[in-house]
Write a protein that binds this ligand. Structure first.
Ligand SMILES: Cc1ncc(COP(=O)(O)O)c(C=O)c1O
Length: 408
């Protein structure tokens, strides 16, 4: 007898094998990876290595791994997206990276259009809006249903006047996944650049930068990569690199930083030209623990497990009368499922009431409660969430929590 598509993956991937590596899973139902991935136990060792180096090696530590960390850690992370060696550098976060890339562009000509959707993560909009005063013309593609954006509408907006498409691969509110291949292909046809923000996909959904032929990819490690804060990444297509001269720059991007040359920047010939100042070493060490786990589990297995669980949950909450605001088609959905509440129900109060029951999720206006299983999630945890949600709606006990203000 043929098995339904999701079954074999569920058997092949066993979350129990990984759970003991994530301390928080011992005492919470952790369904909030879209916001902050659970910490792998090896982060302790990585941070101890950093403090040991500082304590015992002192200034020599710079030459023994610290200075190179943005590239060496970038190389480790690069394996998750099939990036060639030395094509990824680490930064603090996506906001800095967007600014840095924008500062490498010239908006003074006819090709000055910046195209993204109204579901782009806000920080990415703020940066590009700021470049309007330098000639950027922003074109925002609207969402007809509040969930996604038709690929054709986006492709139509990318034309000969488009300079760059700095776009979220997966929408943070609804988990709608854009057709990155089609976007890159269209951009190539008209000579526009793509800066793909894979914050909500890398580590959960397969991303292959070489297969996509994408120009640049950025993101952070806080969520699906289980790498914690302070470790943003930027991939640049190697043949594009020499053309980029960011004005947001610094001595780490210099061809010979320790020559301390005065005057104008002389950019490094390799990916280091996309750096600026001294690296945030502890964050990069901590993040490498997350990348190692993701590489060990394998993104294909993660994706199969994730789609099996989000499909299960979608059926479960729908049958209990909840409306799901993530795309119903699993091919257009990444790792999060969003569940709408009724207009008279209070999202943050539900989140607080669930937290009081040991279940961690969050809420976003216009989407609902966001729930994210990852490779360490068991189906019974989603069942516990569905039960608690139903109970809260029926008993209205969420009303006891309306005064609690949580921001995460
Ligand atoms: C798609 C996306 N981009 C960027 C960010 C965060 O940007 P930053 O790294 O500047 O904090 C998030 C955080 O939720 C996100 O979901």
């Amino acid at each position: 007898m043929t098995q339904p598509a999701a079954q074999p993956a569920a058997i092949a991937h066993d979350p129990a094998r990984w759970r003991k590596r994530f301390p928080i899973l011992a005492n919470t139902t952790y369904l909030v990876t879209h916001s902050l991935g659970a910490m792998p136990d090896t982060v302790h060792e990585k941070l101890k290595l950093f403090t040991d180096q500082w304590a015992s090696r002192g200034v020599r530590a710079w030459a023994e791994g610290w200075w190179d960390a943005p590239v060496s850690v970038g190389n480790l992370l690069g394996r998750i997206m099939n990036a060639p060696p030395n094509s990824v550098v680490m930064h603090q976060n996506v906001s800095v990276i967007q600014g840095l890339v924008a500062s490498a562009l010239d908006f003074s000509g006819r090709r000055n259009k910046v195209v993204y959707t109204e579901h782009n993560f806000p920080t990415n909009m703020y940066v590009w809006e700021g470049f309007k005063q330098h000639g950027a013309k922003i074109h925002v593609v609207k969402s007809p249903d509040g969930i996604g954006v038709p690929t054709e509408a986006l492709l139509e907006a990318i034309d000969e006047e488009t300079l760059i498409v700095p776009i979220s691969h997966v929408f943070f509110r609804t988990s709608f996944m854009q057709d990155a291949a089609a976007i890159c292909e269209r951009a190539r046809e008209v000579g526009a650049l793509v800066l793909l923000d894979t914050y909500q996909s890398l580590g959960c959904v397969p991303v292959d930068v070489q297969a996509l032929g994408v120009d640049m990819v950025c993101g952070g490690s806080v969520k699906w990569l289980c790498g914690g804060p302070g470790a943003g990444y930027l991939y640049v297509r190697p043949d594009l690199l020499p053309k980029l001269t960011p004005k947001i720059t610094g001595w780490a991007a210099h061809a010979a930083p320790f020559a301390f040359e005065l005057g104008a920047q002389r950019y490094a010939g390799d990916v280091r030209r996309m750096l600026h100042g001294s690296p945030a070493v502890p964050s990069l060490y901590a993040a490498s623990a997350g990348y190692e786990v993701i590489l060990d589990v394998g993104v294909a297995a993660i994706r199969a497990h994730s789609t099996m669980l989000t499909e299960w949950l979608r059926g479960e909450v729908s049958s209990r009368g909840f409306r799901v605001t993530s795309p119903p088609d699993v091919r257009q959905r990444a790792g999060t499922l969003t569940v709408a509440l009724a207009p008279d129900e209070h999202g943050p109060a539900f989140v607080a009431a669930l937290e009081a029951r040991g279940i961690l999720v969050d809420h976003r206006p216009e989407a609902g409660i966001r729930v994210s299983p990852h490779f360490y999630t068991e189906q019974q945890e989603l069942a516990a969430f569905a039960d608690a949600l139903t109970e809260l709606r029926r008993t209205k006990k969420w009303q006891d929590f309306v005064q609690q203000k949580k921001a995460y």
